[in-house]
Design a protein around this ligand. Structure first.
Ligand code: UDP
Ligand code: MG
Length: 335
């Protein structure tokens, strides 16, 4: 709450800035950068984020910015903080979801409600350094790129188990998806209006954003940055949610697991044919109850495993066919 009072003290300064911005708009038409920030239980991190991001955008010449915060069904005071930010700074808008729909849904909602010439996705915990915004804007504005993205060079401060699992996941997905989704290539990126509109054209329910960025294409320039520990609060991911996220990524962007089941089926047929031929040629035969039970379990196990792969695709298709909304907005402010 102390932090909130600190924010209030900046009210006057910000309203002066705002006045300055609207005066400028009368003179020259500046670019607008929409800063999209998904927030889930970020009451501790938000004040510092707002301060740092506001300072960083002051350095950007030739562009104004708007903040689009998405409260992804937080259970703490995130919504109150966003309401106050929006009341004191006309650049701050927020959407509050009716429950936790996940970061991907929050990013989608932010993009749908952003009016900027450029849009940038940032985490609320300052793990995406706001100082990079100026360089990102320069790249997309002057170098002809539609996307300038942060490339996290290391995983300093991250749980060792998570580092190993994430690296394995990105190695696998890189091999089977034929899309550019390497380790360190996250969501922190500034994109042009053209790329934003292309992303919005994809209406799928299972929105794996890293895959979507890669799918829509466009030229991307990567700028490296070092990982830092989150400024406050705790990561919202646990092993279970990361595993679900990984499965979503693989099944949303690759049919390789289904091909794998086909290839294994062919292999099994070949083996059984070989066994049959061998037993006929030798004249002894492969009989016996233990062998039968063993084979039964093995084949059933394999069958069930691959049925589950098919099930993954069917369940995704099922969700898509329902045409459910990706998110539900309970409240909005500043729009
Ligand atoms: N986040 C969200 N919904 C969720 C989980 C996370 O909007 O269900 C937001 C979170 O508030 C943060 C960003 O996504 O701004 C990244 O989350 P986090 O820092 O927990 O992820 P990590 O950095 O550990 O990958
Ligand atoms: Mg984080």
């Amino acid at each position: 709450m102390d932090k909130l009072m600190e924010l209030d003290n900046r009210k006057k300064e910000l309203s002066n800035n705002r006045q300055g911005i609207s005066d400028n708009k009368l003179e020259i038409s500046k670019d607008l950068i929409s800063i999209i920030v998904p927030c889930y239980n970020e009451e501790e991190a938000l004040p510092a984020f707002y301060r740092a991001a506001s300072d960083a955008v002051k350095e950007i010449e030739g562009a104004d910015c708007e903040f689009i915060f998405i409260d992804d069904g937080s259970r703490d005071h995130t919504a109150d903080i966003l309401q106050r930010l929006s009341a004191m700074d006309g650049r701050c808008r927020y959407l509050s979801f009716s429950r936790n729909f996940g970061k991907e849904a929050a990013m989608y909602a932010g993009l749908q409600n952003a009016s900027g010439d450029y849009c940038v996705f940032m985490d609320a915990d300052l793990q995406h350094p706001p100082e990079l915004l100026k360089e990102m804007y320069r790249v997309v504005k002057t170098e002809g790129y539609d996307c300038c993205a942060g490339l996290r060079e290391d995983r300093t401060g991250e749980n060792h188990m998570r580092t190993v699992l994430s690296r394995t996941f990105y190695h696998i997905i890189g091999r089977i998806c034929r899309l550019d989704m390497g380790d360190g290539k996250g969501d922190f990126r500034m994109i042009s209006r053209a790329m934003a509109d292309s992303i919005l054209e994809l209406k799928e329910y299972n929105r794996y954003m890293k895959g979507i960025f890669s799918f829509v294409g466009y030229d991307t320039k990567w700028i490296p940055f070092h990982n830092v520990e989150r400024s406050a609060g705790a990561s919202k991911w646990n092993i279970r949610s990361l595993f679900r996220y990984a499965i979503d990524g693989i099944f949303s962007f690759s049919s390789a697991p289904a091909s794998l089941s086909g290839a294994t089926g062919v292999l099994l047929l070949l083996i059984s044919a070989l066994v049959g031929i061998c037993s006929l040629v030798s004249g002894r035969g492969l009989t016996g109850i233990p062998l039968l039970i063993c084979l039964l379990f093995l084949l059933n196990g394999i069958q069930m495993f691959f049925i589950s792969i098919l099930g993954q695709y069917m369940s995704r298709d099922y969700m898509e066919s329902k045409k459910r909304p990706v998110y539900i907005i309970k409240k909005r402010g500043g729009f």
